[in-house]
Design a protein around this ligand. Structure first.
Ligand code: 6R9
Length: 675
């Protein structure tokens, strides 16, 4: 691929032109782990043609109690040939907590900082080294064991971004318990649903947290969830509460004797060593719930060895990690990004990280850059929505800070628009830092399509090329593989180490959702374009999932939440464009028969409150559009295409509406806009 020579000067003009601008690796990436396109090509080829030796060699640098048998990978992706099954490193035994902690301490790196913790408020900070963290993890693991948590037990974690959160994950991994981390922004109802699905006997939480200026009563949310769960016949035996003194006073936190236990009262008393449980390669490591196009959230299950290799190998190569780096990922551990690129990938690599509890706009929009300077962050990983939000405050908040330490910038969660890419590259990174736009999913466990900073020429808005071992393909409507330049559905042809293995308790749904759509392939749910250079450009979801600020929200879930309101008869939810969030939630609501339109304005507020209660603030609808009738076919199917066009004010492009049972509903809907 030819470079146009001016690697760091952005062309003037339209964003579309910018997309075609090439950014070859520069001197900032000299000495990278993968330092040329040729080296990437060679390694990629070998990862595909000889996975045994490729992954076998990589695995040598991890600690194994027992080695794996050959072949390194066994899988069936083809439902027509039998059940879908994915296995890596069969026969091996290891422990992830050991690989994240003990190994580094034993190698003499115990004094290395694992986490610089930066609290929500300025001047609240602390640090914890690898050996200190190991002790804390052992103490918590011992406590968990003392209350009966063992290999295979489920544990739900609902915590703020304090070092005790990754510590809780590592403690579970140490004793072979399966954690399910629920993002602290989910409501009591969502938390209860996730608890009911995995049925833990313990929930680990914190008294409260402050996010920006807003206090969040985590313990109160857990109390409500525990009661709901109880009412459904499942009882929680212990709620372990980390006393977050900076966010709430202990005396103000409701406490139930016999159920609630203060972390600080029990954990520090435990012995500081705890032998690890040697786990089989394919034993479950964690469940993480994510939204799908239908029904309730799915519990994506990952197992030990393949996930460990996938998360840490991508971390090493994609961020070109070196021992002296200071890495900051802004994702919460409640999402897959926080699992793979806070808790596990970086820790297996012995990385020093910044863990930030707050939001990048508090107390002002310079906070992120203040943190970069304070800790001399070299690798920054964040989401396009955060980039756009910070961009909207103007450059002065950025340029006020030095940012000289930055070396590589990463992005994840949604397609990055060229304007945001340009700002991230030119203003934040001053043209010097490569941007790694990493495409992957909760289900994939680790980066799938991504540049490698020392090897890949970047194109703004493209996730570029597949990571080692990943074989993507693009299918047309009929499920035929497309060659060369094309556009269609993104699928993956063969198993990669960190593939999800099943959906919690529902292997059939796993097969239906991911392997029956196009038999023989893993279906990603994303649309993409492949250009003449073989670069992948992700377009967005092709199913009924809305990507709000990089978070997946199922339209069916929001519809289900809206209809919980007694006055809502029916709801239909579609994505809308949103300048900061990427996509927003546009909800059409039909009220109970006999209601006059438009109803009092307060009803919109009530409906929004219902969604926040049922799911959480991240699912807040941006627009509620009254719909005395919804456009349906004669068989009763809602024509979402029409609803999407009306939401994007493209009613001149409605297309054929003659198949509607009642074409007049469209005119009525248009009249209701803004009411
Ligand atoms: C890691 C994560 C997965 C969905 C995925 C896609 C979108 C993620 C992206 C991207 C374009 C990127 N997505 N990264 N789209 N470019 N670099 O976000 O996992 O929460 O499961 O979401 O996010 O649509 O299918 P998850």
């Amino acid at each position: 691929m030819a470079s146009n020579g001016s690697a760091h000067a952005a062309p003037a003009g339209h964003a579309d032109e910018y997309k075609n601008h090439l950014f070859p690796p520069n001197s900032a990436s000299q000495g990278a782990h993968v330092s040329s396109r040729e080296q990437y090509d060679e390694m990629y080829k070998r990862s595909i043609t000889d996975p045994d030796s490729f992954w076998g060699e990589i695995a040598e640098s991890f600690y194994w109690k027992k080695r794996w048998q050959s072949p390194v990978r066994r899988f069936n992706f083809d439902v027509r040939k039998g059940p879908v099954k994915i296995e890596w490193f069969v026969g091996a035994e290891t422990n992830l907590s050991y690989n994240c902690l003990d190994r580094h301490v034993e190698a003499g790196h115990g004094d290395r900082v694992a986490f610089y913790w930066e609290g929500n408020d300025l001047n609240e900070d602390s640090k914890i080294t690898y050996s200190q963290l190991l002790k804390q993890v052992c103490q918590l693991a011992n406590y968990l064991k003392s209350i009966g948590v063992k290999r295979g037990s489920d544990v739900t974690i609902y915590m703020p971004m304090v070092p005790e959160l990754p510590a809780a994950m590592l403690a579970c991994a140490r004793i072979g318990a399966v954690h399910s981390v629920v993002f602290g922004g989910f409501s009591a109802e969502s938390l209860a649903g996730r608890i009911l699905d995995s049925k833990p006997s313990i929930v680990i939480t914190a008294s409260a947290v402050k996010r920006g200026a807003k206090p969040i009563d985590l313990k109160g949310i857990v109390d409500t969830a525990v009661k709901r769960v109880q009412a459904q016949g499942h009882s929680i035996k212990t709620v372990l509460v980390f006393d977050h003194v900076l966010a709430a006073k202990r005396e103000n936190v409701a406490f139930t004797e016999g159920l609630d236990v203060w972390w600080q009262d029990v954990v520090p008393r435990q012995p500081t060593d705890c032998p690890v449980e040697w786990m089989g390669a394919e034993e479950p490591l964690f469940k993480l719930y994510t939204s799908g196009s239908t029904g309730k959230p799915k519990g994506v299950e990952h197992t030990l060895a393949g996930y460990m290799i996938g998360a840490s190998t991508t971390f090493k190569y994609v961020f070109d990690h070196r021992a002296e780096d200071i890495y900051w990922c802004t994702a919460d551990c409640g999402w897959i990004t926080g699992h793979s690129y806070v808790a596990y990938g970086p820790m297996v690599n012995g990385a020093t990280q910044v863990l930030f509890e707050g939001v990048p706009t508090y107390p002002d929009a310079g906070r992120a850059w203040d943190i970069v300077d304070k800790y001399k962050v070299t690798l920054l990983y964040t989401a396009p929505t955060a980039i756009r939000a910070l961009q909207s405050f103007g450059d002065s908040f950025v340029t006020k800070y030095s940012r000289k330490s930055l070396r590589i910038l990463g992005t994840v969660g949604e397609p990055i628009n060229p304007e945001a890419w340009k700002w991230y590259h030119e203003v934040v990174g001053e043209g010097r830092c490569p941007i790694v736009d990493t495409w992957w999913q909760t289900e994939t466990g680790a980066h799938m399509i991504t540049p490698l900073p020392g090897a890949t020429t970047l194109k703004p808005g493209s996730a570029t090329l597949p990571f080692f071992g990943v074989e993507p393909a693009v299918l047309n409507e009929k499920g035929e593989e497309q060659e060369g330049e094309c556009e269609g559905y993104l699928v993956i042809k063969k198993a990669w180490p960190s593939s999800m293995r099943t959906l919690s308790g529902d292997h059939e749904r796993f097969e239906t959702t991911y392997f029956k759509v196009y038999p023989g392939y893993y279906f990603t749910g994303d649309g993409c374009r492949r250009d003449k250079d073989g670069y992948y450009w992700l377009i967005g979801r092709v199913d009924d999932v809305i990507n709000v600020s990089g978070h997946r929200i199922g339209t069916a879930e929001v519809e289900g939440a809206l209809t919980q309101h007694p006055q809502c008869a029916e709801a239909a939810v579609v994505p809308m464009e949103h300048p900061i969030k990427g996509q927003g939630i546009y909800a059409y609501v039909t009220l109970m028969v006999g209601t006059e339109y438009p109803p009092p304005a307060s009803l919109k507020k009530e409906l929004i409150a219902t969604v926040r209660e049922e799911i959480g603030p991240i699912a807040t609808p941006d627009v509620i559009h009254w719909a005395p009738g919804l456009p349906k076919t004669r068989s009763g199917k809602i024509m979402r295409r029409i609803l999407r066009k009306i939401a994007s004010k493209e009613e001149d492009q409605l297309g054929d509406t003659s198949t509607l049972a009642d074409p007049s509903v469209v005119q009525t809907l248009l009249k209701m806009r803004g009411q």
